[in-house]
Design a protein around this ligand. Structure first.
Ligand SMILES: CC(=O)CC(=O)SCCNC(=O)CCNC(=O)[C@H](O)C(C)(C)COP(=O)(O)OP(=O)(O)OC[C@H]1O[C@@H](n2cnc3c(N)ncnc32)[C@H](O)[C@@H]1OP(=O)(O)O
Ligand SMILES: NC(=O)C1=CN([C@@H]2O[C@H](COP(=O)(O)OP(=O)(O)OC[C@H]3O[C@@H](n4cnc5c(N)ncnc54)[C@H](OP(=O)(O)O)[C@@H]3O)[C@@H](O)[C@H]2O)C=CC1
Length: 284
């Protein structure tokens, strides 16, 4: 199957990154979000990343224009009828995702593959609301998408071998390395990463150390590029909380209970970098 046009749904930090790498690899990209404001924000972030590459001499001005020309921002989800592949990157919420998948299933032609960038939700359950579970798959990119090489590829119970191979091939075309993992809550990446982040929040909550000290310990002592609390802010505290809830719900094991401090911050609207405040305060 030859993928030429893709639609990315959700122009947040992941969706805009996926759109950028897809357009850079020569694909035509439709970038959909629900409002012009979110689309503008997503396109601005792509522009900023590409401009940095131009400044560093890694991309020419013409190359940048060419990449931007391949991305069409749209408020109209109906344009998904033109896509060979849709990659969903909306908020980590099962109710929202199943509504969207049901809608996309009605719009897309039968050959279209519908992939989800979910961090933790069961692929088989999302696929079950469509009439094409064989063409639904998990395609889990890492943040920041232009930098991180991994794509976790997750088959649902019904995902076909053809779809699995197409998605692995496409990941490689985007310059990524696909790794197959099974459909269990949090897959591999977040089953391991998120409890570490949650435990870091507990160490602050229980007064073991300050936010800065926890991050320093993990950066200087374990060589992590970002401390776990800095990383939580980078991912989005709402996303971290959703993932912990999904692990807790999925395994019914108390080791996955989200720290009350994480919940408190999310309820207060402190979502990390994207809202300007999380464990740290951000100016832009
Ligand atoms: C929640 C989930 O479901 C799964 C997840 O994604 S979990 C999160 C996984 N991601 C991580 O763990 C990221 C951990 N952090 C890091 O690896 C690094 O801190 C980082 C790559 C983000 C930044 O690296 P750094 O060395 O501190 O900064 P910096 O020198 O400015 O950047 C290194 C490169 O990344 C690029 N970069 C940094 N941030 C970027 C961003 N947000 N978007 C695009 N590119 C970015 C820079 O332009 C630079 O590129 P070049 O090498 O081409 O010059
Ligand atoms: N953040 C991370 O590090 C990673 C996240 N992921 C996963 O990627 C997905 C997106 O995360 P992320 O980009 O961080 O989230 P963001 O909050 O940055 O972006 C989500 C975007 O989707 C929009 N949206 C919500 N519902 C719909 C809808 N029905 N149709 C169209 N657009 C919609 C949101 O708009 P609005 O603001 O109105 O809600 C927002 O613009 C999640 O499933 C997350 O778990 C995967 C890997 C890493």
């Amino acid at each position: 199957m030859n993928i030429q046009t893709i639609m990315v749904v959700g122009a947040g930090q992941m969706g805009s990154g996926i759109a950028q790498v897809a357009a850079a690899s020569g694909l035509q990209v439709l970038l959909h979000d629900t409002s012009p404001e979110f689309l503008k924000r997503g396109m601005l972030s792509i522009d900023k990343q590409l401009s940095r590459s131009v400044e560093k001499g890694k991309l020419t001005q013409d190359g940048m224009k060419e990449i931007l020309r391949r991305i069409q921002p749209t408020e109209f989800i109906e344009l998904a009828e033109q896509a060979d592949l849709v990659i969903e990157a909306i908020s980590e919420n099962m109710a929202l995702k199943v509504l969207l998948f049901h809608r996309l299933d009605g719009i897309c032609p039968p050959h279209t593959i519908i992939a989800t960038n979910t961090s933790s939700l069961p692929i088989s359950e999302i696929a079950a609301v469509t009439g094409r579970p064989a063409r639904v798959i998990g395609m889990h990119f890492m943040n920041p998408v232009p930098v991180m090489p991994l794509v976790e590829v997750i088959r649902g119970l019904e995902t076909s071998q053809e779809v699995f191979e197409v998605v692995c091939g496409l990941s490689e075309r985007l310059g990524k390395i696909p790794v197959e993992v099974n459909d269990f809550p949090g897959f591999v990446s977040n089953r391991i990463l998120m409890p570490m982040i949650n435990e870091a929040v507990f160490t602050v909550y229980e007064g073991v150390a300050s936010v800065e000290s926890v991050d320093k310990v993990m950066k200087l002592g374990m060589n992590h590029p970002m401390g776990p609390l800095e990383l939580a802010d980078f991912i989005g505290l709402d996303t971290c909380l959703s993932i912990m809830e999904i692990l807790y719900e999925g395994f019914k094991d108390s080791k996955y209970r989200p720290c009350p401090l994480l919940r408190k911050y999310v309820k207060a609207g402190r979502l990390g970098r994207k809202s300007g405040q999380g464990f740290y305060t951000y100016s832009s």
